[in-house]
Design a protein around this ligand. Structure first.
Ligand code: SDX
Length: 392
């Protein structure tokens, strides 16, 4: 069968569906967005250009890119009524809880997008999500620290605009180090898409029912929050903080090998990569560069490097092909940029929205699209007759 969740690509895995967006070779550590190696996009592209590529399948020319960026800028505001939702959350709510709720509530503003037959309307909904998630994310953060919301500034490019909405103190203009915007833009590129990971599969499963893009992406945000998935970047920083010093690394590695402990090295391992995650390699190299350029000396970087070194030469990890993944180093850079740890997974969600909406569009525009209906292996009781309560 070729319906979603029953397609067998013949390499022993159970593929959930067909897609032309991202290709991963887990053994070779290869990641391609629409055929372009992640290493080349990381070096030469920008997040908005990568978002266009994921959505449209081709790199934009200059006119297409400026048109796309103009459209995203034009849709970056959020309806003023969003404040009422925001102010209804507890101040200390986790920003991922706020983001999940706020994204889903977009469905209550765009009635024409609830049942989208027109491909142009679908494309517009995708643009809205890419455009508004930074504004909503920054608003969630500012609300949690008691600052007034900042509106998006049209004269700034995407990532710089987000940092301004996130960081600008009410009383004075933000002096943003260009290194910070470039580093975050690169992290957004690296997190933009990753084939059928748990959150993207969630977006496709919800979208396959004909549900609107806003609740489909909100479901993806919910799935991403888990510490086994996008929540790992926040968990890595907490783990490094608990390890504290390089001399404590070996005991952490030993604890992660003891199943009884229930402790895992967060930021290590991957369902698909049985080699270095190519994104982790790029982030590892940029961590040194960014912290150096920002003049940040973070002792957790030494702990991370020691932990990686200890795990990579330990048989337990080598035999199970457990390597650092995209989440292992990213948090150290987010921290150096002044982004609070509870916002780390929100950063992941901002970037991954480009992938989620691209998969949603690919699915909605596919005439063969059918509702996803995973099956199961039944392990319950055999058929049996009802027993009256007096006999139980
Ligand atoms: C992301 O899918 C994607 O593409 C996701 C992602 C994306 O871009 O969307 O790449 C982003 O989610 C990256 C992963 C972030 N999560 C973490 O860093 C959390 C820590 N890692 C794991 O819990 C785990 O490695 C997973 C969830 C990432 C993968 O889990 P699997 O494939 O189900 O592996 P498993 O649990 O079957 O483990 C296989 C073996 C087990 O030991 P044995 O039973 O064979 O003896 O490896 C062990 C596990 O106990 N193991 C670990 C470990 N990860 C696996 N042991 C210690 N530390 C770890 N981190």
């Amino acid at each position: 069968e070729t319906g979603c969740f029953t397609y067998d690509p013949g390499f022993g895995a159970t593929a959930s569906c067909k897609s032309a967006i991202t290709y991963i070779d887990g053994d070779a550590g290869v990641l391609l967005y629409r055929g372009y190696p992640i290493e080349q996009l990381a070096e030469k592209s920008s997040f908005t250009e990568v978002a266009y590529l994921l959505m449209h399948g081709e790199l934009p020319n200059a006119l297409q890119l400026s048109g796309f960026e103009h459209e995203v800028t034009h849709h970056s505001m959020m309806h003023e009524a969003f404040r009422t939702f925001l102010y209804g959350f507890r101040h200390d709510a986790h920003p991922m809880a706020m983001l999940t709720g706020m994204l889903g509530s977009l469905a209550s503003f765009y009635h024409n997008d609830l049942n989208i037959e027109d491909p142009e309307q679908r494309r517009l909904a995708a643009i809205r999500l890419i455009a508004k998630i930074p504004t909503i994310a920054a608003a969630c953060h500012r609300y949690s620290i008691g600052w007034p919301i900042r509106y998006p500034r049209n004269n700034l490019e995407y990532t710089t605009r987000f940092l301004h909405m996130m960081m600008e103190v009410p009383s004075e203009p933000l002096e943003l180090n260009p290194v910070a915007a470039k580093a975050l833009d690169l992290l957004f590129i690296l997190h933009a898409d990753h084939e059928q990971n748990a959150s993207t599969s969630t977006v496709r499963l919800v979208g396959s029912t004909g549900a609107n893009p806003y609740v489909s992406v909100a479901a993806g945000v919910a799935a991403l929050w888990g510490p086994a998935h996008g929540g790992a970047n926040e968990a890595v920083l907490k783990m490094l903080g608990e390890i504290g010093r390089p001399e404590n690394v070996q005991s952490a590695v030993d604890k992660a090998k003891d199943k009884e402990s229930g402790f895992r090295l967060m930021g290590f391992g991957h369902r698909v990569y049985k080699n270095f995650d190519p994104r982790a390699k790029i982030i590892r190299e940029m961590t040194y560069k960014v912290l150096g350029e920002l003049g940040v000396n973070d002792p957790l970087l030494d702990v991370a490097m020691k932990l990686e070194e200890a795990a990579l030469k330990d048989d337990y990890f080598v035999q199970r092909k457990l390597y650092p993944n995209v989440d292992f180093y990213s948090g150290i850079i987010y921290k150096a940029l002044g982004i609070p740890v509870e916002m780390f997974t929100v950063m992941f969600a901002i970037a991954r929205t480009a992938g989620w909406v691209s998969h949603w569009l690919e699915q909605q525009n596919d005439p063969e699209n059918r509702i996803g209906r995973p099956r199961q292996v039944y392990t319950g009781a055999p058929t049996r007759d009802y027993v009256g309560i007096a006999q139980r």
